[in-house]
Design a protein around this ligand. Sequence first.
Ligand SMILES: Nc1ncnc2c1ncn2[C@@H]1O[C@H](COP(=O)(O)OP(=O)(O)OP(=O)(O)O)[C@@H](O)[C@H]1O
Ligand SMILES: [Mg+2]
Length: 461
Amino acid sequence: MKDLPKILIADDDETFCYVLKEQLLESNFEVAIALNGQKLIELTRKSVFDIVFLDLQMPGTPGMELLTQLSAEYPALPIIILTGENEAKKAVECIRRGAYDYVVKPYDFEELLVLIGRALEHKELKIRSSVLDTLAEAQGNNSIVGSSPALQQMLALAGKAAKSASNILIQGETGTGKELMAEFIHKNSPRASRPFVVINCASLPDQLIESELFGYEKGAFTDAKNSKQGLVEIANGGTLFLDEIGELSLALQPKLLRFLENGEFRRIGGLSNIHSDVRVISATNRDLMNEADSKNFRRDLLFRLNVITLEIPPLRDRREDIIELANHFITKKSPIRSRKVLAEEAKQILNGYQFPGNVRELEHIIERAMIFSEEGVINAKDLFISNTQGQTIPPQQVNESGSVPIHTTVLVKTIDEIEMEHIQSTLKEFGWDQTKTAATLGISQKTLYNKIKKYNLKEGY
Ligand SMILES: Nc1ncnc2c1ncn2[C@@H]1O[C@H](COP(=O)(O)OP(=O)(O)OP(=O)(O)O)[C@@H](O)[C@H]1O
Ligand SMILES: [Mg+2]
């Protein structure tokens, strides 16, 4: 069972604390009380809270200072000021220092509940936006498309696995949809309303992964000017997604193992153990059994991670999904009310292609084809796929039927360069009017915006 959301009430008025506590308990929250600032800090170090109610006037450290300290240490934690002081200036100052909201006593409990609901939601969003830019792409449209028996079987299994509390390892080649699957599992689990936190073990150096994962105490190392909460703490009650787990160094593996064994960890430089309740989903495109055989991955860690293993088949082994996915991406990237269609010949080429980059590659092929195609139809030549060699190739080398001349050896430009120029010249033609450019290219404004960012296109060049 996952934990209930935990609320900490910090107020020196004991009666007030107990009344609010009773009300919150009845609404299914876990509640702790701190009657002064020192206790407040002590409690936040011991367990992970989802919301803090903070009074501004308590004996000892001034409330404002506590607010500043807490919001620096726990950037994702909503702190709601609950005070007798009805002063607009104070309220503004609190918000400036990171408070989530400012409520004047006496409170209306129904309103407080609505505020709590919003704060919990906001907490999740904040975690996503501050730490997880990797999720941005998947968030837009995260339905899993494909009716092939292979994918449907996977989804049925994933749905069952989601309901259990076990850790899950998702295996699959690059671009098969592992991250999408992890999100699907989280959303279908009893933890769906709690944070989904992602860390990519391949994109950060060792030291940073450790401090991101477990957090640190002020002074633990030269740059640690303030204490900071780690992702395992932030993910409390929810799911931690460890992407590219196969890249986790041998030095960090035992630290993760320790946490998986009992849910306890220490911040770097910290003296006390903190408990956090997380379900771990990890993903890899490596064969971790092999890695364990060759001593690159600890076997004991692998057994903790892969209580359930889900293997996403490569796209070439579930060809029924190809056209369905292609149409899904066309719809996703089209302007409203005008949607290009795939010509029969284009479908044939897609159906015969190997897709070494799997669904992600298909997505890119479609996106590019939409930019190059004319008059509402995506033809074979717009795909830039060699139907014989299973590679995408630059357009100069593709003839009308989409096949490749055999003796072409000199690559003049990459497809990306050609796409970039095509977009740039269309933008120029319309004086950088993005609405007109997107309409002419037959893509949505969002897709155009992403391309401008990708190629770093600037007006006036
Ligand atoms: N079945 C699917 N339905 C819809 N979109 C999909 C599907 N599978 C993958 N995608 C899309 O393809 C892209 C790649 O998917 P994702 O990032 O989940 O793959 P991955 O296996 O994590 O890749 P990598 O190994 O490179 O990290 C994403 O934009 C994702 O939304
Ligand atoms: Mg991934």
